[in-house]
Design a protein around this ligand. Structure first.
Ligand code: PLP
Length: 400
């Protein structure tokens, strides 16, 4: 893989070559993805599914081809189980709203982990509030490992669904989602997996995991912003009511009543972001050419090297040290505010994320205002890791 495939990585920031380590927030896009977008808008742009003319038919075929590509990428049994959304947040809101409408009632509970992104916590709080149900939280250890014993004690005959992330965006923990699914299914409870931080780093097979829902965003896996996926097992999607009303989700509308379209269209109201979906197809091609397992291995090599070098930085404190980790390093330097660390690194050309990373309960758990987070992608290099840690060493004395 050549960094030159990513035009933005050729940029300079404040006179320094850009070192982009904010990949958990969003990845940069390869030229092939940018080309897919340009080519859609220069030669194919048309609204899909409803037209009979050439462009409408061609755009619809390309759109549905990407659905098949996603199906195969995540190992779904049926392409009708792949629903396009705007991203992980919309995917989870769809499930929380629609699943709860049908299956959650007064006195029930939903179990989520205490290390969820707000996008996999707030929708459940909202759904439970409207249904008179409660949210229960799986606690985690100081290292950032979920307490599965506590999980088994939380689950009971009123638990309607469990929602957990595959990889924590703040701690980097890779959660044992297969085991969580087995425990939940032992109680007849379905599981939603938030895969936003996993799909670009770990080969995902939803049938092997046996999860009931799997949600992710295109923009964290080299695709454009504005497209994501909600995978759901047909047995649930068939029973769940539509999330939004409008074009494409209907079979027939009269003034009295509407009947709904078949899957997956029942959950795809309105004009989708067709160009972005085609960009997602190009991103999947890019990842398959690299090999998802190879990408993950490369990133972990960078992660392990970074952690080794960072240990020599005065005042270094890691947040999230689970044995099973993805390539996310959250840290603090002495008593310095994460924002100050991020701002100084930025002036040296290093882009990292600072703050609570949309996981305020994790910050409360550790009693800290936030962390600095470096996260790696396929295009990062060992030289960049060294430059990042050298920058940290340079700014450390200013922070003490
Ligand atoms: N879940 C996790 C674990 C995330 O890291 C993120 C984004 O950072 C989201 C959900 C929300 O993703 P999006 O903003 O693309 O909807």
């Amino acid at each position: 893989m050549q960094q030159s495939q990513f035009p933005i990585l050729q940029s300079s920031v404040y006179g320094h070559p850009l070192i982009y380590l904010d990949n958990a927030a969003t990845t940069q896009k390869p030229q092939s993805v940018i080309d897919a977008l340009t080519s859609y808008y220069t030669s194919l742009n048309s609204n899909i599914h409803r037209g009979t003319h050439y462009l409408a038919t061609a755009a619809t075929e390309r759109f549905e081809e990407v659905r098949r590509k996603v199906q195969s990428f995540i190992g779904a049994a049926d392409r009708a189980e792949v629903v396009f959304t705007r991203g992980t947040t919309e995917s989870i809101n769809l499930v929380a709203s629609s699943f709860s409408e049908r299956f959650v009632g007064e006195g029930d509970n939903v179990i989520v982990s205490a290390m969820e992104h707000h996008s996999d916590m707030v929708p459940w709080q909202m759904a439970c509030e409207s249904k008179g149900a409660s949210v229960r939280y799986i606690p985690f250890s100081d290292e950032g490992v979920l307490d599965l014993g506590a999980f088994e004690r939380l689950i009971d005959s009123h638990t309607r669904i469990v929602a957990v992330n595959h990889v924590s965006n703040t701690l980097g923990t890779v959660n044992p989602v297969g085991g969580i699914v087995r425990i939940a299914h032992g109680h007849g409870v379905p599981v939603l997996v938030d895969g936003a931080q996993a799909v670009a780093h770990i080969p995902v097979d939803v049938q092997a995991l046996d999860c009931d829902f799997y949600c992710f965003s295109g923009h964290k896996m080299y695709a454009p912003m504005g497209v994501g996926v909600m995978y759901g097992k047909r047995r649930w999607l068939d029973e769940m009511p539509p999330y939004q009303g409008g074009g494409e989700m209907i079979k027939e509308v009269t003034l009295e009543k509407t009947t709904y379209n078949e899957l997956p269209f029942k959950f795809e109201a309105g004009t989708p972001s067709v160009g972005d979906v085609l960009g997602l197809g190009a991103a999947i091609d890019f990842m398959l050419a690299e090999g998802v397992a190879n990408i993950g291995r490369h990133e972990m090599e960078l992660h392990d090297y970074a952690v080794e070098l960072m240990r020599t930085v005065p005042g270094m404190r890691f947040i999230g040290t689970a044995a099973e980790k993805a390539a996310v390093v959250s840290f603090l330097v002495g008593e310095a505010h994460p924002y100050d660390v991020g701002t100084l690194l930025d002036k040296l050309g290093v882009a990292v994320r600072t703050g609570h990373h949309c996981t305020q309960p994790i910050m409360d758990r550790y009693g800290i205002p936030g962390t600095v987070r470096a996260s790696f992608a396929v295009y990062n290099t060992l030289d960049e890791v060294e430059a990042f840690v050298n920058a940290l060493k340079r700014i450390a004395p200013m922070l003490m």
